[in-house]
Design a protein around this ligand. Structure first.
Ligand code: PMP
Length: 441
């Protein structure tokens, strides 16, 4: 079989029917994944990979988790009828659980089919509640690809239009890697960001609706401000009655190990007014949602419906997935295996000049490299070694490590070794000028 006969190559050729700007094959030669099990996936050519990215964190617990498969199959055999016109016990049960887990008192939940749609609903609520279309967002943020959410996405590579129904004011807080902010201590950084927030508020015209923030920036390369930053922001927001939206699309459900939600790293901040989730809640089936205090949720007078949001099949998947996550202590597992993996990377770091920074929490680890070429090269080497990882960062120069939360210690060690080897190979290929070191033999 020649390369052009390979099924994946043929499929890529047929991809011209897909909007080109939204087709990112990630690798020099695209991968078509055909099946998975546990923390492993296989491609159409029969290659097996240890999955350290979970399809951008959508495989939250494990691939082909029997408990989820059973719930989905049973529901598909019973009824797929979907709409919010009728009572649904699965939707009610899930809403009750998510509301209780959110930490938001008196919470209500509205289910959507994606993170974009969840943030869009959060913006609808916040702007309606506050009667204002001004939103504060963090620089380098990513919140989705709809008309409203690209307007609050600070990462310009992902924000294709400057025309927005919202007026967005961007503040510092997510990125510490460059400029004067990089040299500050945690306390100085927080103080500088609070000053920046106050200055932006001084520039706002009247009421500001909300601040939206990812506790750890996902697409931004798993970068984040110090713990306590959002608590400091919250004090300022409270003085103006501004709502706080925590975008937990990547940070939710215990992934960060120490906490169930990313916002909990910010202690005194207390629960946000609005929280959004998506990605892995239904272990790969499309589900997102918004949680908010009843007062905020009930501010909309008009009818609201989502035909597919909270459908019986995605709710069945989410309930089974959530049960598995809680019963198997996967948050604690994320802390344990994430700590192990991080220690392994930290100890290899002195021999890897290509690595600029290791950051993140639990099973959401970012590795910032010298440049985008280094990240691309590492991704390719990891692939050839049988490891799938993600890329990200403001300049495309960071690696994103986010395996399914059921990762075993042995898999963490194995993946860590493969990643270090991929970094070592990418490092060895660098131009001597880029390293400032003598050429290597
Ligand atoms: N918010 C964050 C923090 C995200 O990472 C993403 C997706 N990468 C979204 C929102 C949008 O989610 P979706 O792709 O499901 O629309």
């Amino acid at each position: 079989m020649t390369t052009t006969d390979l099924p994946t190559t043929a499929l890529r050729a047929r991809h011209r029917a897909v909007l080109p700007a939204w087709l990112a094959t990630y690798y020099r030669e695209p991968i078509e994944l055909t099946h998975g099990e546990g923390r492993h996936v296989w491609d159409a050519e029969g290659n097996r990979y240890l999955d350290f990215f979970g399809g951008i964190l959508t495989t939250m617990t494990a691939h082909a988790l029997p408990e989820v498969t059973k719930a989905v199959t049973e529901q598909a055999g019973r009824i797929l009828h979907t709409s919010t016109l009728y009572l649904s016990s699965a939707m009610v049960e899930l809403a009750e659980q998510v509301a209780a887990l959110s930490g938001i008192p008196d919470a209500k939940v509205f289910f959507t089919t994606s993170g974009t749609e969840a943030n869009d609903a959060a913006l609808l609520l916040a702007t309606s509640f506050r009667r204002s279309n001004q939103i504060l967002a963090l620089r380098n943020s990513y919140h989705g690809r709809s008309f409203s959410t690209v307007g609050i996405t600070g990462n310009t590579a992902w924000s294709p239009t400057s025309l927005s129904p919202l007026q967005t004011l961007y503040v510092h807080g997510g990125v510490r890697e460059s400029g004067p902010y990089a040299r500050l201590t945690d306390a100085e950084f927080i103080a500088a960001c609070v000053t920046d927030l106050q200055e932006m508020l001084g520039q706002a015209e009247g009421t500001v609706a909300a601040l939206i923030a990812e506790p750890i920036q996902g697409v931004g390369g798993f970068t984040h401000g110090p713990d306590g930053l959002l608590a400091a922001f919250k004090e300022v927001l409270d003085q103006h009655g501004i709502l706080w939206i925590s975008d937990e699309v990547q940070t939710g459900w215990g992934r960060t190990g120490d906490h169930f939600w990313g916002w909990q790293a910010h202690g005194q901040a207390g629960p946000p007014d609005i929280l959004t989730f998506a990605k892995g809640i239904a272990n790969g089936m499309s589900m997102g949602g918004v949680v908010a205090r009843a007062e905020v949720m009930d501010c909309l007078g008009a009818n609201s419906i989502s035909t597919f949001g909270g459908s019986p099949i995605t709710c069945a998947a989410a309930l089974a997935n959530l049960r598995y996550l809680l019963e198997h202590g996967l948050q604690a597992n994320a802390r344990r295996t994430g700590t192990l993996l991080r220690a392994q990377l930290e100890s290899a770091r002195p021999k890897l000049p290509i690595v600029r920074d290791i950051r993140g929490r639990g099973l959401m680890l970012g590795v910032a490299l010298t440049d985008a070429a280094a990240a691309t090269a590492t991704l390719e080497h990891a692939r050839s070694l049988g490891l799938l990882i993600g890329k990200g960062g403001r300049a495309g120069d960071a690696l994103r490590i986010a395996p399914p939360l059921s990762l075993t210690e042995a898999e963490a060690r194995e993946g860590g070794e493969l990643l270090i080897e991929a970094l070592r190979r990418a490092d060895a290929e660098r131009e001597p000028a880029a390293t400032g070191a003598e050429p290597r033999a």
